[in-house]
Each structure stands twice: as C-alpha cells, then as structure tokens.
Design a protein around this ligand. Sequence first.
Ligand code: NZQ
Ligand code: ZN
Length: 388
Amino acid sequence: MLNFNFYNPTRILFGKDMLNNIDQLIPADANVLITYGGESAKKYGTLEKVKTALGNRRIHYFGGIEPNPHYETLLKAVEAVRHNRIDFLLAIGGGSVIDGTKFIALAASYEGEPLDLLHYGFTPIGPDTIKTAIPLGTVLTLPATGSEMNCGGVISYGQGKYPVFSELVFPRFSVLDPNLTFTLPKIQVANGVIDAFVHTTEQYLTYPVDGRIQDRISEGILQTLIEIGENTIAEPENYDARANLVWSATLALNGLICAGVPQDWATHMIGHELTSLYGIDHGQTLAILLPSLLEIRREQKHAKLLQYAERVWNITEGSEAVRINSAIQKTREFFESLGVKTRLSDYNISKDQLLVIIKQLKAHGMTALSETQDLSLDVSRKILENAL
Ligand code: NZQ
Ligand code: ZN
C-alpha cells in the first residue's frame, strides 16, 4: 500500500427529512446565500423546504447555475456575496451547483484575479494563495459526482473544464435525502450511476499495490451499482434502491478509496473535452470512453482487470484474455442497459472530428495521463478511434 494523508471533515445527514437538522449546523445569525440551478429546486419544492428549515435567518438567493457551471455565471454570484455580506453558502443541486458554489466560496474571499484559481489543475490551492473561504453546506438532489463530500469542483471557462481543489471548500455538511432525488429524469439517474461507477474504476482499475481494503470497498461499490442500476432507473421512488445509489456515489469520490492506491483519471480528462466541445453529458462521455480505454490499456491494467473480472463480474472460466474481454464487454452492456449509448458515433461524432479533440487535449496539457503518466496524445487518439 502507498503512503497517504487522508482528511475529510464533511458531516453527512443521510435519510428522510434529515434536512430539518441544518438548523443546528448554521449559525443563527448567519446571512445565507442559497445557490441553485435552473428550475428543479423551485419546481419540486426543495427550495421551499430549505427555506423553512432555515427559520428566521436572513436569506438571499442566486439561481441559474447551469450544468457544467460557467465561470462568468459564478462571478455574478461572487458579486452578490460581496454586496450582501454573505457569510454562509447553501447549495441545492447536483455536481454543477455544488462545484459552482465551492468556486464562489473561494473567489469571494480571494483578493487576486479569480481566473488564477482555475490554473492549479489537480494541485490543491494552498494557504499561500488563499487562507479563507466562505463556509458552505449542500443539499444534494442528484447522486453522481461525490462533490457533496469532497473538496473539488470542475468549472467551465472558454472551451475548457478546469478542476479546482482546496481543503477550504469541503462542505461543512451535506444533506443526502434520497427522496429529494425522485424527480430526476431517467437520463440523469443513469448518468449518476455511470459517474459513480467510473469514479470507482479510476481508482481501482490501475495496478495492484496490495490495497486490500481499498479494493474490496471499490468492488462493493461497483457490485452495488450493478445490482441497483436498472432498478433505480425503472422505479425512481424505490427508496432503498435510490438510497444505495446515493451512498455509493458519495463513497466513490470522498477520498476513501483512493487513499494509498494509484489513480488513473484519463477517462475523465478525455471526457471533459467531449463535454466542452460537443455538450455531451459528463456521465455519457464516461460511458463512451471507459470500455474503449480498458481495451487499449489492457496490458498496463492486466492484473487488476483479471481481479475485476473475477470479483465484480464472477468471470472465472477461460483464458486470461477471454476473461478480460468478457469483463469489458459486460461493462459496456451494463452502461447500455441503463439507456446510455457507448459509441462516439451514437452522438454523431465521426473520425474527422477526432483531431479537434486531440488538439484540445494538447492545449489543456493532457499529454501524459493515467496512473503511469504514459498515456500520450497518441494513445488518447487510439482510445477515441476505438470508441467510434
Ligand atoms: O438546473 P436544474 O433545473 O436544477 O436541473 C438539473 C440539471 O439540469 C437537474 N436536476 C438536479 N437535481 C434534480 C434535477 N432534476 C430533477 N430533479 C432533481 N432532483 O439535473 C441536471 C444536471 O445537473 P448537474 O448538477 O449538471 O449534474 P451532475 O450532478 O451530474 O454534475 C455534473 C458536473 O459535475 C462535475 C462535472 O464535470 C459536471 O460539471 N464533476 C464534479 C466532480 C467533483 N466535484 O468531484 C467530479 C465529477 O467527475 C465531475 O467531473
Ligand atoms: Zn465524474
């Protein structure tokens, strides 16, 4: 097992009506800005429930944070925070609203040019750059990204998606009430299952370091997602199925399963370019790229792919090559069973567009990806060609 330094201070309030407990977690004299997305928080009553739970506190609102939150939109919220002297942010939504709120929390306390905050990539923004951020809490309405219990966010600017990390923006608390997710369209639930699945494979399907606990937790998350995936889409109000999706998605990216093991993230980095260039949903980009990446990287990932085949898919018969093929095929079939297509051509992307994607990867410095940093632009091109 590799050395690690694990820290996660986020309190989780899980289950029906746990929203009512936020009253005890936000100072009584707080001046709160509630952030939300397009219309779902209002339309389905979550905004109203949050308002009630906040009692007599002073409340301001900032709506309109779009999927793949835009830098320009978030700067407007920063202005509102400064103008109204906000001292607590409460995000209602999925990854986009929560990520956007983390950026607002940082940018509102930063005296320099906010654009600087986008250029750290995977390097956490340290105390030399920024010492405080506005405290924030979240009410999760879409299980997928894990943003509710981590300190990262992804912000869209120009034609790129920029990861931002800072320990200052771990949510103080997150409310995970599966009931608040029942109104999700089927495609968003499918995207969420796939996002949680691929977060897990990014941290599990690398090379062995004898991280037995990490491996078994990862395998547990993957098996749970396979068990409940179709069910939670077909029966949105099945509380137990949805509760298991919500907790799987949170655990898949709260720092627990990556502690002490190598991490890949190439599927995500290539996927971000597909979202910024063609507007394909984050979860869908992962469904397109993961099966193809596993085919191209089967040698580098050989040992873990065999373990994945056996422990996640119960494939024990046949040569090693046959078992690995079968596990990759099962992964693709699983994504398709959720109603998500797994080929670039399904999204009207053809071979002549691949050069543009490669150029974007180069422009964003994505030239040495993966757990071994040997996934060059040439390998990315092969993965994309194989995904056509
Ligand atoms: O805008 P509204 O009207 O609220 O509608 C949203 C949005 O259109 C809708 N929605 C959310 N909750 C709902 C609902 N509709 C009905 N009922 C509800 N209860 O869902 C749509 C998509 O929301 P979004 O937040 O964009 O989805 P998701 O949670 O998948 O987040 C995706 C974003 O997270 C980033 C992605 O890059 C992308 O920008 N990621 C963040 C990560 C992190 N912070 O750790 C890691 C991930 O890998 C990912 O990159
Ligand atoms: Zn993701």
